[in-house]
Ligand binder design. Structure first.
Ligand code: NDP
Length: 326
């Protein structure tokens, strides 16, 4: 039986449409998953725009999926198990979550934590799991709420929203940097104590300046990250995961050698399984589900290309889940 999927092709410029896919076209793997939910991350926006994420075409996008195991040749999984995948080869070398079925290696699967429905797991998605990787990096650097304020950049985005919810729940005082002041109430609802205008950080700045926070979660990169580093307090820690402003880092050595700060890089795509399990276990423990709910917008498969284009323009707030059964 054919499978409804959003298929992306590229003949000069990328285009995506809902099509019927034959099961043989799903790809290699030892587990077949009936996909219930997926999501739209910034990287999904890049993938559907043909920005070099998908390494061959046609390809089913969607770097995240959650659903129920249908068949499994991997003894670790059996039919009926609730599972999720974040990253690995999805939407790069392997068909992703924008289809009602996926065939994937069992090694990519994580059991969906009991604490979450599959819909909630996709509301977290790669963005939320990455936010938790950032929190873990701050903790590995010795961060505690007693040490001072934590800045979150790209506050209205997926990583930013979940990072604010997580950090405030853990007792940190959170500063939220955003270009959308009109969303201040939403950010305060997630737990932000103060709202900063992102324009303060997005232009070229001084190599080092006044100490303003002791740690940060940065999903923006470029001049913003350079300025975040320049204002981080002595022995502070900055977790850098994103590039919404740019891939460059036009900064100075001064914060490192004068303030002893740590810049922690974050990669979610190829993170080893134990790291993923740790992040999801901590999400189940630390993420307030009411706050998660406040971040969610739900769409169907046919709506994905529109939202994927909007997320690249910074027009999407929080997290968008994709209902595969709609
Ligand atoms: P979103 O689009 O949801 O969030 C990005 C946010 O950044 C926007 O909402 C906006 O927040 C802000 N922003 C957008 N454009 C600019 C700009 N030009 N200058 C300054 N701020 C800007 O994306 P995600 O949360 O899904 O991802 C965030 C970043 O993290 C992306 O670059 C993504 O590729 C990266 N990422 C990396 C991962 C990894 O493994 N390293 C995993 C997941 C994400 P506001 O309106 O509040 O200013």
């Amino acid at each position: 039986m054919s499978i409804q999927a959003l298929v992306t092709t590229n003949t000069g410029s990328a285009a995506s449409s809902v099509q019927a896919l034959e099961p043989d076209a799903l790809g290699e793997g030892d587990v077949t998953v009936a996909v219930e939910w997926s999501t739209i991350n910034y990287k999904d926006g890049l993938a559907l725009a043909g920005a070099g994420i998908m390494q061959s075409y046609p390809m089913v996008g969607g770097i995240d999926l959650a659903g129920v195991v249908e068949t499994s040749e991997d003894p670790a999984f059996k039919p009926g198990d609730r599972v999720l995948v974040n990253g690995w080869g999805l939407s790069q070398t392997h068909n992703g979550g924008y289809a009602r079925k996926a065939r994937v290696p069992g090694a990519w699967l994580i059991p969906t934590p009991e604490a979450f429905s599959n819909r909630q797991a996709m509301a977290i998605g790669t963005a939320g799991y990455t936010a938790m990787l950032c929190v873990l990096a701050l903790e590995h650097g010795g961060m505690t709420p007693q040490r001072g304020d934590i800045l979150v950049t790209g506050a209205n985005g997926g990583v930013g929203s979940i990072a604010i919810a997580l950090l405030s729940g853990l007792g940190y005082r959170v500063l939220a940097s955003t270009g959308r002041a009109e969303e201040a109430d939403y950010l305060r609802g997630l737990g932000a104590a103060e709202i900063l205008d992102r324009a303060e950080l997005s232009a070229p700045g001084r190599p080092i300046g006044k100490e303003r926070w002791v740690g940060a979660v940065d999903s923006v990169g470029s001049h913003t990250l350079a300025n975040v580093l320049a204002h981080t307090a002595y022995r502070g820690v900055v977790a850098a995961c994103g590039l919404a402003q740019g891939m460059d880092l036009p900064g100075s050595m001064a914060p490192f050698i004068l303030r002893n700060i740590t810049l922690a890089g974050i990669d979610s795509v190829n993170a080893p399984r134990p790291v993923r399990i740790e992040a999801w276990t901590r999400l189940a423990r630390d993420l307030n589900l009411d706050k998660l709910t406040s971040t969610i917008t739900e769409v169907g498969l046919a709506d994905v290309p529109k939202v994927a284009a909007e997320i690249l323009k910074g027009q999407v707030r929080g997290r968008t889940v994709v209902n595969l059964n709609r």
